[in-house]
Design a protein around this ligand. Structure first.
Ligand SMILES: [Zn+2]
Ligand SMILES: [Zn+2]
Length: 390
């Protein structure tokens, strides 16, 4: 619900941009002949005030963004707006909202793959993959279901990879083959070889660590994005991945990104964000994502609570990977009834919060409309199967 249209909402730094504010309803037209427009840069003392003539009930003026930041525009007591000024490297990128890790009833989730994909669109996701435990095929089912259906939702292949005798969970997002399907006779010998080359610190099992690197490397070879999953998930009275192990992995960084926020306990997410802060303070670039790891999309916990906004140059898997790898992403937490919280580098956090307030509500509403057509499409498709575990 908007009273005005303001264009553009996003503009480049160190250039003059013409901003136009047009009323969408008769009762909010600018009826005086002149208005005082205050332009306030949120960072430091950057601001100006201009007199603007109203034309046909609308206002138009020039703004010069001195540096990357949000600008507030106040028009006397009549209205207030927010716009965002971006440095060139971010100005050319589009924000995509996505979930890298979610389950269907082909493993331990509740609903069929195509249904999970449509439900993801319903809550505003631009990209996703079904990442069932040990299974790659369900992700292909979701892709197949919409092969002849025009949707802007990018549905990628994926799976949650569980190396044998290894507690670490790994996501293969977008890889063109199943890594779970590669654990053949040679696996143990190959991992043993990698382990021999490592000088692991105390408290790190070289074979378990080598198994992880083997998986990350296979995902890389398949063109996928690899995630180290929920390290501080508490399972069997222990963290899933011990800090010493994680520290060693962070230095070698064989994966694409670290699951900063996952759909597990609030405590785990809290520890992961503290861990991230510590690694950043040590000077490490740690690419981060938020994922839901939801096991149900029907009012179950986690679905839509944590996700990623990645800033990309295009809409391909390669573009998403480039964005994540270079740290152009924010992990976002949107808990029911609470404000959005974004995590990652400061500039991306600020920009993500602006987008969540000023851009994503309209974006998500458009996605929800498209999702209705997606649900209708799969409702009549017999291949989709029932709501039982396969
Ligand atoms: Zn897992
Ligand atoms: Zn999972």
């Amino acid at each position: 619900m908007m009273l005005f249209e303001i264009t553009p909402k996003i503009f480049p730094a160190r250039a003059e941009t013409r901003i136009k504010i047009s009323p969408l309803y008769e009762h909010v037209r600018f009826t005086k002949s002149v208005y005082n427009v205050e332009i306030i840069g949120m960072e430091a003392h950057d601001g100006s005030s201009v007199s603007v003539d109203a034309r046909n009930g609308a206002l138009s003026f020039t703004i010069f963004g001195a540096r990357e930041q949000e600008y507030r525009i106040r028009i006397e007591d009549a209205a207030a707006f927010s716009v965002y000024c971006l440095d060139d490297d971010l100005f050319g990128r589009i924000p995509l909202k996505g979930d890298f890790h979610i389950h269907s009833n082909r493993s331990d989730g509740r609903e069929p793959p195509a249904f999970v994909a449509a439900a993801s669109r319903k809550i505003g996701m631009d990209f996703m993959a079904i990442t069932d435990h040990h299974r790659y095929a369900p992700s292909l089912e979701a892709i197949d279901a919409f092969r002849d259906f025009k949707t802007d939702l990018l549905i990628f292949p994926g799976e949650e990879v569980h190396p044998p005798n290894n507690p670490v969970h790994i996501i293969n997002f977008g890889g063109n083959r199943s890594v779970n399907g590669m654990f053949g006779e040679r696996y143990e010998a190959e991992v043993g070889k990698i382990a021999e080359t490592l000088a692991v610190p105390d408290g790190v099992d070289s074979v378990i660590y080598a198994g992880c690197e083997w998986c990350f490397e296979k995902i890389r070879q398949c063109g996928g994005i690899s995630l180290l999953c929920h390290p501080y998930w508490i399972t069997g009275d222990r963290y899933n991945v011990a800090s010493a192990f994680l520290d060693y992995m962070m230095l070698r960084k064989p994966f694409t990104a670290f699951e900063l926020l996952g759909g597990h306990e609030a405590e785990s997410n809290n520890i992961q964000t503290a861990y991230y802060g510590e690694k950043r303070s040590e000077g490490l670039l740690v690419p981060v994502v938020g994922v839901s790891d939801a096991h149900s999309v029907m009012g179950g916990d986690y679905f839509g609570w944590t996700y990623t906004i990645v800033f990309v140059n295009g809409r391909s898997l390669e573009d998403i990977k480039e964005g994540v790898e270079r740290g152009f992403s924010a992990a976002v937490e949107s808990l029911p009834g609470e404000n959005h919280r974004a995590y990652g580098k400061l500039r991306f956090v600020k920009y993500a919060l602006f987008l969540l307030r000023e851009y994503f509500p309209a974006h998500d509403a458009r996605c929800a409309k498209e999702a209705e057509a997606m649900f209708e499409h799969i409702r009549t498709d017999e291949k989709q199967g029932g709501f039982t575990n396969a």
